[in-house]
Design a protein around this ligand. Structure first.
Ligand code: HT7
Ligand code: ZN
Length: 896
């Protein structure tokens, strides 16, 4: 496969001004008539027109109504005899394709007897021959023709301008999009669908029709998505002054979708997982995800659609910025500072457990990559989540108002254009010329060009004679593929100082006047810098990187006492949580390093691994009346096995698993009375509402039940498993029901089997709930190697299908990616299973296969025998002939 390089970018040789598409929809053979107006780009030397195409049958090509010569070159349609000069000319191309056979779910495909499209990144070329690149923006008019009984609803981007009946029971609809767009934002949908509708009038006084289309039985599950859409529209107008620019905004749900959702102009297509919710079928997490994904796709309407990417190397221009916007949206909706902190912690957890490993592994790439083989492989946590952190740092360096000014300038300069990441950061800096961002702009841009997670090492020295505290911050960044050395980054480090008893101290830097502030942002730009604080009576406890002010690893040698102070008193909720995680991580790492295997805790034994101080600190958090339930649940959750593994040079996954399980059992036993209290105190009163406060209460009571069932495993107590079973049976909402089921499955209680059977019977007609049923079993704790056979059995279940990405993810990804204790088997059975599935999936859907292929990205860190077995499994996949470019790129990089 050939790598495409960012530095090779050249402007297109032709522009496409308008596109008139006519579809005769038929699952077996859809006919596509594509009439375009093109003109040569005068800025580029004259050359043939090369149009992208994939899996198409070409029937006819006409230039200005006349037949013309053409040739095919590597799948591209090449036209050499085009009119000279830069006048517009007409090109007509007639092709057919086979949507029913399209298992890749890219281009035009069939799902549940309806037609859908997915064009980002390069799916449009599977619909017609085209200049399939984001910097070619055209006006679209689209006519859809199909059987009226089977496909009563016909949708495309923009406004419906005509519709009517045709002969033979067919009908048509004509849509015109008033906005120019790149072809990756094209969409069509046809099928038996129904819509929840809502008319709105915005602050600006304009009227709009909102529609959420689903299959007829699902209409009752669309209220939350519609509410989320209305909230998104109001938020973007209020926070950024960005209005809805369409008369009609449609969301359509499909159960066959490679990713979460797609922001096609005016016609968003969603995975059903991010649309459908009712209290009986969806958990609080589902409700929160729907809010954030609906927001994300809606916010793309400006950040992505009005201003798009010049080329796919700039993907984070729209994705990083839009993730930042959806994160802010969810935080603003959550309301209180504490609820904001909870959201921030959840987002940082994703960054650390998924993006940090990516940045340290074979697929590491800058936020703006320099090359790729398959662009679908670059829809990564680096582009999305690290990209969002890079935007967040800009936001923090210029302030909230400064950022709003920067966004305004960005749209003034670039509305309707296809631009680069540089254009974005330039606009933010230009709107804030005296900010640290503007002062250090060229250096700040290294966040876009250098891969790897920077490390900041912090040491503090207190001098009693001068009553001063010198804090030295040093930065470094590990080598990543193709980037052996790194230049220093601009790193905003938000800091506070606490007294030993936890009081916030006023900050005064040497040579500066006292301001009374207790929090401040230090801007680290050198490899090493010392900041001196004065007027301090004793050595302070530093609270660094507050609210996770930069996407870095912070190395600092806190004493246990200092961490306990931060956990109990820091005014920064993020660092309070962080202190608890550091304590737990330290305990885990010491226990992993110890020669003895963790002893099983007994009902009466002291917490041997955790130690009394940690347990008491956790008890204090759990019982603290001033803290929110959601925050408590986060503090009391131990760092994940993946996160622990990332801290180690050599990873024994079984030992990590055993130590973490032992720590959890100790915490369950030592706090038994407190878990009982937490369960009793956080019961649902009144009806179900998915707001963050009630969701937090359910999260904590669910955790308490889980811990009580884990404790019951050791004590032999039957009461709590019995209560869990009862709760499972009579819960009024899916969150409580699923938490109870999880408690039984996770503790391996005998009641788990009847509960799972009952759950399946209850929800057999709810595909999204059946996904949960599969995922819970494939992700359950391993007992004597039982999970792999269970997973193989689940794949034989009549409800299982490898062709449906949600179902494949619920079984295979839940096992290979989210269940390290069960996946990393001593006998390599997990890896054999993985290699079989990657190969099997690749023949169906390369994009999904390539995601699965990344499960062994970090194989080089594994201790033997896992390391050798993992390398062999990857090599087995790599040796396979006929692999897709998608999977080939991932395994080649892993082996390099
Ligand atoms: N911009 C969308 C990306 C996307 C996608 C990419 C490749 C293949 C299928 C896909 N479906 C959606 C989603 C987003 O970030 O909003
Ligand atoms: Zn996006």
């Amino acid at each position: 496969p050939v790598a495409i390089r960012r530095e090779d970018y050249t402007a297109p040789a032709y522009w496409i001004d308008s596109v008139e598409l006519t579809f005769d929809l038929d699952p077996a053979k859809t006919r596509v008539l594509n009439r375009m107006t093109l003109r040569r780009n005068a800025d580029v030397p004259a050359q043939p027109l090369r149009l992208h195409g994939e899996d198409l049958n070409l029937a006819r090509v006409l230039v200005n109504g006349q037949g013309t010569s053409f040739k095919m070159d590597g799948g591209q349609l090449v036209l050499e005899n085009l009119p000279e000069g830069t006048d517009a000319f007409a090109l007509e191309i007639f092709t057919t394709c086979a949507p029913a056979k399209n298992t890749k779910l890219m281009g035009l495909y069939v799902s549940n007897d309806s037609f859908f499209t997915q064009c980002e990144a390069e799916g449009f070329r599977r619909i017609t021959y085209f200049l399939d690149r984001p910097d070619v923006m055209a006006s679209y008019s689209v006519t859809l023709r199909a059987d009226k009984t089977q496909y009563p609803v016909l949708l495309s981007n923009g406004n419906l301008v005509d519709s009517g009946d045709l002969e033979d029971g067919r009908h048509f609809a004509k849509w015109v999009d008033p906005h120019k767009k790149p072809c990756y934002l094209f969409a069509l949908v046809a099928g038996k669908l129904v819509a929840r509708e809502q008319k709105i009038r915005t602050r600006a006084g304009t009227d709009h029709l909102l529609q959420v289309y689903v299959r007829p039985g699902d209409l009752g599950k669309t209220e939350h998505a519609m509410n989320s859409l209305m909230a998104s529209i109001a938020w973007d107008e209020a926070r950024f002054g960005l209005p809805l620019d369409l008369e009609r905004f449609m969301i359509v749900a499909t159960s066959d979708f490679n990713m979460g959702a797609m922001e096609n102009k005016g016609l968003n297509i969603f995975n059903t997982k991010y649309v459908l919710a009712s209290e009986a079928t969806a958990t609080d997490t589902d409700f929160a995800n729907i809010e954030s994904v609906v927001g994300h796709e809606y916010f793309h309407n400006w950040t992505g659609n009005r201003v798009t990417c010049r080329d796919w190397f700039q993907l984070s221009l729209k994705e990083g910025l839009t993730v930042f916007r959806d994160q802010e949206f969810s935080m603003d909706l959550a309301g209180s500072p504490s609820a904001r902190a909870v959201k921030r912690i959840e987002d940082v957890r994703v960054l650390r457990t998924a993006q940090f490993p990516e940045d340290a592994g074979p697929m590491a790439h800058p936020v703006r990559p320099d090359s790729y083989v398959e662009i679908n492989n670059f829809y990564t946590v680096t582009i999305y989540e690290k990209g969002s952190e890079v935007v967040r740092m800009q936001h923090n360096l210029v302030g909230r108002d400064g950022f709003a000014k920067g966004m305004k300038l960005y749209f003034e300069r670039h509305d309707g254009q296809a631009v680069t990441c540089d254009d974005f950061v330039q606009a933010i800096a230009d709107a804030n010329p005296t900010s640290p961002l503007a002062q250090h702009l060229p250096q700040f841009k290294r966040w876009y060009s250098q891969a790897g997670t920077p490390r900041v090492h912090a040491t503090g020295v207190y001098d009693a004679a001068t009553r001063s505290y010198a804090l030295t911050l040093s930065q470094s960044c590990p080598a990543t593929p193709g980037q052996p050395t790194k230049e220093p980054f601009v790193i905003p480090v938000e800091l506070g100082l606490l007294s030993a008893s936890g009081t916030p101290l006023p900050l005064q830097q040497a040579g500066e006047a006292a301001s009374g502030a207790t929090s401040q942002v230090l801007v680290l730009t050198e490899a090493s810098q010392t900041f001196t604080f004065t007027n301090l009576d004793a050595a302070p406890v530093p609270s660094l990187l507050r609210n996770f002010s930069a996407p870095v690893v912070l190395d600092i040698d806190y004493t246990d006492a200092e961490l306990l102070t931060l956990l109990a008193h820091d005014t920064d909720a993020f660092n309070r949580w962080e202190a608890g995680q550091r304590l737990a991580l330290r305990i885990a790492i010491n226990s992993i390093a110890a020669s003895a295997f963790p002893e099983s805790a007994t009902a009466t034994s002291e917490p041997k691994i955790l130690g009394t101080a940690f347990v008491e600190a956790m008890r204090a958090v759990l019982r603290n009346p001033a803290l929110d339930a959601a925050f408590k649940e986060l503090v009391l959750t131990l760092p994940s096995e993946t996160y622990i593994a990332e801290q180690l040079d050599v990873v024994d996954p079984q030992r990590i698993h055993a130590v973490r399980e032992a720590m959890r059992t100790e915490l369950a036993l030592a706090l038994r009375a407190d878990w009982e209290w937490a369960w009793e105190q956080h019961q649902n009163t009144g009806g179900y509402r998915p707001d963050s406060v009630s969701a937090g209460r359910r999260a904590l009571s669910g955790m308490a039940l889980n811990m009580l069932c884990i404790a019951a495993k050791t004590t032999g107590d039957a009461v709590w498993p019995g209560k869990a079973y009862q709760r499972f049976k009579d819960a009024g909402n899916m969150t409580d029901r699923f938490n109870a089921l999880t408690a039984l499955v996770a503790s391996g209680h005998d009641l788990a089997a009847p509960a799972l059977a009952r759950f399946h019977t209850l929800f057999k007609d709810e595909p999204l709930v059946i996904d949960k049923w599969f995922a819970l079993q494939a992700g359950a704790p391993d007992r004597g190697g039982n999970i792999l056979p269970i997973v193989r059995q689940l794949m034989q279940h009549p409800d299982f299908s490898l062709k449906n990405p949600n179902r494949a993810r619920s079984v295979i990804f839940s096992y290979c990616n989210a269940n390290p204790g069960a996946f990393h088997r001593q006998d390599a059975g997990g890896y054999v299973f993985w290699s079989e599935r990657v190969i099997e999936l690749d023949a169906i859907n390369p994009q999904v296969a390539a995601r699965l292929a990344r499960a062994l990205d970090r194989w080089k860190k594994l201790a033997d025998p896992w390391r050798t077995a993992a390398r062999e499994a990857i090599a087995r996949v790599a040796a396979r002939e006929g692999l897709s470019n998608d999977v080939r790129e991932v395994v080649n990089r892993a082996l390099s």
